[in-house]
Design a protein around this ligand. Structure first.
Ligand SMILES: [Fe+2]
Length: 500
């Protein structure tokens, strides 16, 4: 393995740190590296061509008071593949907030579990304002460039998918909605080149929806009026429609009036799902009612006759019972998919009758589901999700859900080994939905190292066909994406593709 150190970030984290999400599998990186000639056990398939990108909440400073795992600065890890070889890079996203806190040498903004009224900097980003836009939640590809995003809304940072250099912010030719920002989980339609997105805030109309075309022009941007401030996290789309949501878990209005941000679940208020023609207007929005729940992530949606079929992870207990324990155990129970009771679920929204039918698709608890992105918006069969150990925001296994049969094929990483959101990479010449590979990064606490694992998507339980050693053990993270080489700007230049 040939490793080059690119830079080192200033960190003021204590050497005896004991925060559960800054130690162990969540121990952050502060050195940026590039590596080629990586050691491989097995063989990297020659028809795996592109880059696996994974975003990470990677803190450099202690919080003002209480660190929440969603507060860390965005760092992207990339493992690229071409001609049976792999390269690796990790880089911080040079957000305005990261740069300012590197200069200041301490936190300038309150985190999720803190009072934004006490932020040293009283200007900032996010749906509730006065937060740092860490751009640490999600990463997608659009127009050949990686876009990172933040769950509370903010800028979209543009990164080279191969070098991970921060190229600036998305401007959309001057039309980027900087007043509200854009939420995590914008959706890329590979077939049209369009990017669909939403944002939300505490100001009426509380949500907007938009579409950016393949020339980076904002071609649709509409109000989605809601009854009040909401906390949507994800959206879905079909060939002709976008699907947004108004879920009954939101900031308690009476607390909000006093400047406090306390999430409450309202089991007496239905889930509402909005269906909007992709380039429709506010007047075109159709709302459907469903059983109360919270859904963090959808896997896909598609059209079938008069129906929009939507799949995602229904939460049985959006507010798990406290059960006592330490402050951290009480705080972080909302991150444990076992306590939330997340199950793959299907909603059928009938555009003729206006009614919604729903059904649970499996008894397996999982979340963070990915599909073959070529099937996004079209009828899919398979999703690849993560299972979690009790009490933790960690991924201890991989499960392939078959929405047609309801079966679930599983692979466990092993005691003390944690994976990432696992992306599906169609192989070159792919002819079937699961004709390709699954790619993930592990944090192995037993051997104190990280590997990139490659599975055959049509034989998950067989285990990885290749293990690629990374330069150091990297922190667990959140969302990932597969950037096919054919869609990456400059991929045809082999020096770029090798991360040089
Ligand atoms: Fe998410």
């Amino acid at each position: 393995m040939d490793i080059e150190i690119l830079s080192r970030a200033l960190t003021t984290l204590p050497s005896d740190d004991d925060h559960p999400y800054r130690t162990g599998p969540w121990r952050p990186q502060h050195v940026e590296r590039a590596a080629v000639d990586l050691d491989v056990i097995g063989e990297i398939p020659a028809d795996l061509d592109g880059v696996y990108l994974r975003n990470t909440e990677n803190p450099v400073h202690p919080a003002m008071e209480i660190y929440h795992p969603f507060d860390g600065d965005g760092m992207v890890h990339a493992v690229g593949f071409r001609d049976g070889k792999a390269f690796y890079r990790n880089r911080f996203i040079r957000t305005d907030g990261f740069v300012a806190e590197q200069e200041a040498g301490h936190a300038l903004w309150a985190g999720l579990a803190e009072d934004p009224g006490r932020s040293p900097r009283q200007t900032g980003w996010g749906a509730r304002g006065r937060m740092k836009d860490a751009s640490s939640t999600d990463v997608v590809l659009h127009n050949g460039v990686a876009l990172t995003s933040f769950y509370q809304c903010g800028d979209l940072y543009r990164l080279s998918p191969t070098t991970l250099e921060t190229l600036g912010k998305a401007t959309w030719n001057g039309k980027f909605p900087s007043d509200v920002g854009v939420s995590a989980h914008p959706k890329y339609d590979e077939r049209t080149g369009e990017l669909m997105f939403f944002n939300y805030s505490t100001e009426a109309p509380y949500m907007h929806y938009g579409v950016v075309d393949s020339n980076d022009n904002l071609v649709t941007y509409i109000d989605v009026p809601l009854p009040g401030p909401r906390l949507p996290h994800d959206m879905a789309f079909t060939e002709n429609y976008a699907i947004l949501n108004d879920l009954p878990l939101f900031w308690a209005p009476e607390a909000l009036a006093k400047g406090k941000y306390a999430s409450r679940f309202h089991p007496d208020i239905p889930t509402r799902l909005a269906v909007i023609p992709r380039h429709g207007t506010t007047a075109d929005i159709k709302w459907f009612e469903a059983d109360p729940t919270y859904v963090l992530h959808w896997t896909n949606a598609y059209e079938e006759g008069d129906e929009i079929v939507l799949e995602g992870f229904f939460q049985t207990n959006p507010v798990p019972p406290s059960g006592g324990g330490t402050l951290y155990q009480r705080m972080f129970r909302f991150l444990d998919s076992n306590q939330l009771g997340t199950h793959l679920h299907r909603w059928r929204l009938n555009l003729t009758t206006g009614l919604c039918k729903e059904e649970r698709l499996t008894e397996v608890t999982s979340e963070f589901g990915m599909i073959n992105q070529r099937y996004a918006g079209r009828r899919h069969r398979y999703s690849y999700a993560a299972t979690s150990p009790a009490g933790w925001f960690l991924f201890d296994g991989l499960v392939k859900h078959d929405s047609l049969t309801g079966s679930a094929e599983r692979y466990e990483f092993g005691e003390g080994v944690f994976g990432s959101e696992t992306a599906m990479a169609p192989r070159i010449g792919s002819t079937a939905e699961d004709d390709g590979y699954l790619v993930t990064i592990t944090s192995d606490m037993n051997r104190d190292l990280s590997e990139c694992l490659i599975f055959q998507a049509n034989d998950v339980s067989a285990g990885p066909l290749a293990r690629i050693r990374l330069p150091e053990r990297v922190s667990s993270g959140t969302h990932s994406t597969w950037a096919p080489g054919s869609l990456i700007s400059g991929w045809d230049d082999p020096t770029t593709a090798l991360g040089s």
